[in-house]
Design a protein around this ligand. Sequence first.
Ligand code: G1P
Length: 275
Amino acid sequence: MITKCLFPAAGYGTRFLPATKAMPKEMLPILTKPLIQYGVEEAYEAGCDIMAIITGRGKRAITDHFDISYELEHQIQGSPKENLLDEIRVLMDKCTFTYTRQNEMKGLGDAIYKGKVLVGDEQPFGVILADDLCVNADGDGVMSQMIKIYSKYRCSIVAIMEVPLDQVHKYGIISGKEIEDGIYMIEDMVEKPDKAPSNLAIIGRYILTPDIFKIIENTKSGKNGELQITDALLQQAKHGMVLGYKFKGKRFDCGSLDGFVEATNYFYDNLSTKG
Ligand code: G1P
């Protein structure tokens, strides 16, 4: 039912300079896997097989990563090292990767709008921000959890988590009525507020119904002069229904140094390929 997932990946990643000077931030590795591969694996696990990636200038490494590297593969053919490519080969074999570019950084709402040409405007689709790395050691990944909720409510859904009040200025914040354990019907949402309506922060997982594209067309620039998906979703909530879902699992903010190191340690300690 939801088979397409959008990956906005056009940002500069300035917090990781100079590492991101010539390399996309989505290619920064946690252990041996780039961030974007974790995101694609989560989408694939959730039943998506069309991965629609919004890139920008200097992001060719992402396209190459999900393609065959003939010379390398020829070199390691038959050696034990070949196993290291097993996971990426499954993704390449089972999924279709499509790309378009966002030429100017005009905000997440604009990046998602650029994805219309890839995901179409007939079916709902997932959105994963790869620098929010999510794991759920006890069961389904976050996108799978959200797709289950979608099949019951059939509306746009954002993943949320509680954050300390002094952190709300970094996130889109929602408030609403809890209609089921951990599921909120959104009444208000605001991008990176100074004064927040709650401490429920949006993290980089969305399911969007395709009418969002029309709404984005009618949404004006918001916080920081950028077209914010949060503003478009508020309109959708006002005229219909949008849910906030407190996901199960852990989320690492790999767009920050602290989160990146925390994720690296977590994966090294728990799921590591060490030894
Ligand atoms: C984006 C969204 C914000 C959300 C955040 C999650 O912000 O605009 O609503 O809370 O992702 O990571 P960004 O971190 O790209 O500035």
